[in-house]
Design a protein around this ligand. Sequence first.
Ligand code: GLC
Length: 601
Amino acid sequence: MLVSRHHIILSSLLLTTTLISGEILNRGWWNHTVFYQIYPRSFMDTDNDGVGDLKGITNNLEHFVTSGVGAIWLSPINRSPMVDFGYDISDFKDIDKTFGNLADFERLLARAKILGLKVILDLVPNHTSDEHYWFQQSINRIGKYKDYYIWKDGENGNFFSPPNNWLSVFGGSAWTYNSIRKQWYLHQFHEKQPDLNYAHPDVQEEMREIILFWLRKGVDGFRVDAVPHLFETNYTLDEPESGIEGATKTDYNFLNHILTTDQPQTYNLVQSWRDILDEYAHRYNTSEKVMMTEAYTTLNNTIKYYNYGSHIPFNFNFITTATHTSDAAAFKNIIENWMKAIPEGKVANWVMGNHDRSRIASRYPGRADQMTMLAMILPGVAVTYYGEEIGMVDNMDISWEKTKDPQGCKAGKGKYQSRSRDPARTPFQWNYLLNAGFSNAKETWLPIHENYLYINLNVEKYEPIEKSHYKVYCALTALRNTSEALKFGSLTTDVVNKTVLYVLRKTKEEAVTLLINFSDQDKQEVDLTRVLAGFKNGVVKVASVNSQLAQNQTFELKNITVPAKVSIVLHTFFSNASAEYVASLQTILLSLSFLIIMLYK
Ligand code: GLC
């Protein structure tokens, strides 16, 4: 009796699990998708205040459809004093008026849905703005808000010195004194971004509500911000010095952040957010809701997020590990290390740029196409930062006076250029008209790069030029969205002739090969007959803009010339003729051995 009761409980538990997994629709829709990050301030301005807005995005959603993008991720659009340009949120459930209002967002979602585009929002759980209602209450120790943030007394009870030596990512102490509460509060970023206290169950509940609020609006998932910073430990202890050369006492990298990042509780919290997404999708029979996580940390720590709910733990290795001096072997290692590390059945991802880092075309001068090709040909999710599809570069001509980014401003006049993130955040270059077609304002919030006259979508898309970064981008997404080899094929990477990296994606029937020549001087001859035995000649599907190669030009697999600094994508199919040849050879061999056996007998 007891056993059977257990049995019933067990089977109903199993049933619930099956139901939960069974009713989330369209599971894995994101597995091969190109995600495109929009920095809303810089995408398209429709009200002529020099800052982009939601209508500007809605009016241009077709751009993503024609570019082969499947999902857009918007950097924060919530109400914000804009100290960190939206990453300092004062109301998580509203839209900042710079961008529009909730109705504008609903229109954006509705239009995206019609076009078949998924919409991902930025979730910023680590901190709020100091102007948030919670913080204002917390300062005054009011009710449940009293411990919503990390408040501590000064070192040894002294109010004039912070509790410890912790530093903020933007530089300077991570503690600021509040004279009303007479305590110090922790901010791992700007002093106007106080850290939330996740040891407090009500804080966890608030975040849960925020996630549900946006899910009810119909968003398709979240990119979760600054995940490693969610918890800290030992508030009275100092962090050790890192010993990094050149780091001054106020630079974030002066310390080794063993107490303020990557704490073990982080993982369960992330998993709890994933559970909300799954429960919601299950309950309302929606498409799978996706979670992407931003964590600049070790490979091991990043990979761990795969096992704690993140569908897409951002793989920043092409930003943080590879540089423009990395050679073919270094790239091969980076790819293989990631592929080896990800757990069985999980999906790889390749992030090429974002609003915090220098643009890809600036990081890899003359090699932007090569990087886009890698993202598109490697298995899994590709993440594109706005403007990368047209090869936008950093605008390094932003004066100290015009610098907006708090990280740049805090670095001071002497150092701002190496710290400011403004150069990678300038307006999208739509065409060669006023303000690159971004806005009709007198002045845009950040200056437009002067190269907009020739680097812009209009020229790259419509002018009768054979090659452009945008054409490369579209050819790649088109191939990616149709090729079985790119969706399901195996992956092999290798280095040939020392300077050529090849990335091969292959099914029985089809093969896509990316060849990148890392040499700046010498062309290379590559022979692919060994790895592609039985395949027909290769057809050039995409070639970098710096090459003379024509699209659809064919190459014998034995003799593929890859000019210096050029990258190409070859497409080829298994040849039935060679299959027949192999088959007949096999038949001959079989008959021969049969004959020999007979004779021997
Ligand atoms: C993340 C964001 C960055 C922001 C920081 C604080 O790293 O990408 O732009 O400044 O978090 O929210």
